[in-house]
Design a protein. Sequence first.
Length: 414
Amino acid sequence: MTLAGRHLISINDFSNEEIEAVLNLADEMSSAIEKGKRLDLCQGKELYTIFYEPSTRTRSSFETAMHRLGGTVVTHAEAQVTSSAAKGESIADTIRVLERYADIIVMRHPLDGSTRLAAEHSSVPVISGGDGAHEHPTQTLLDLYTIRKEKGAIRGKGVALCGDLRHGRTVHSLVIALARFGAEITCIAPPDFGLPDHIRDILKAYRCKLTEYESLEDIVAEGSLVLHQPRVESRESRVESRGGRGTPERSVSRLQTGFMSFLLENLDVLYFTRLQRERLPTGKIGDAAEESYRINRQLLEKSRDDALIMHPLPRTNELAYEVDQDKRAAYFRQAGYGVPVRMALIALLLGAVETRVSEWPKRKTPKLAKDVSGVRCLNPRCVTQAERYATAKFYPVNPQLLRCYYCDWMVQVV
Ligand code: NCD
């Protein structure tokens, strides 16, 4: 089967079988790299990277990957100032030009849904290198690769996602993939920094069990945990409470010493993320939040000997440098896996390699909602707010609820 010509904008654009095909090929790419083999699979092909936001790993690992495949690379870093975007050119027009030069495009942009809009206007594959606070699907591919390679499997593994789960795009793609691959997910996020509603809505489809906590520091400092459970955050319950039943009380309980050991005993992976300050209002907001989760030697001592500490990087204060020496610190190895994983992805999307799968389940393409003229996405960071030529489009979730085609935010209709 082939992945030739496909875009990768959301992790949900690929089925589990397709993701596994990328990871399997990444293993082959990895052994080719280890043997020092130069591949010429993509000779004569051109990769364009166009990044409107800073990047260290994503852009350079894509570029390294293409070089290792024998292809060539053109780079647009700081495209917000170096491209005609600075003169007011739209995303659609930029892509309509680049598709004439490139065989494949990797784009990063600060607006949610921007890379989906780019893909709509491109006849060559577009890969998202991250769109605003929405998703970062290729980071997820390498995160899954890391877990699979170092823990042997994803299914049944206990994975804790810690940090700014609201604004961090890496965890949005990752939590969906973990749910689909059957991992057991724990979320540890400061108050107001938990998973956004639209991600919870997507997760519902996978009937996944989420356990959520609000602080890691409480666990470490006192050997007990301030637990807010359940996080009654779904839109449905809020709507209900507005309907006169009052705001649901959050139960706060102090669990016994020993609970943390229990929690950590069950965690195969601790995945940390930084506070996404660039997506917060300026000022001190976030400082206290940042203090509430941090991994250091003390916490490491309480974790399993075979746990993996992961982080998409860059780190700020949530990951102490003293952790780096520990064999459980996987984050630099994780960043390294970005090259074979992105080699596999590029080679597959360019049709330079076919997957080894002879047939996989037919993909269901969801149909767009009809009669939505006048409905607009409520996400202030949605690309449809800025690029006004982009017609708002939605998927129907139920008769009262629509999901934005670009950024996945839900809109209630009456
Ligand atoms: C992430 C990103 O850009 O979302 N970085 C990356 O690609 N590895 C994470 C982050 O910036 O916090």
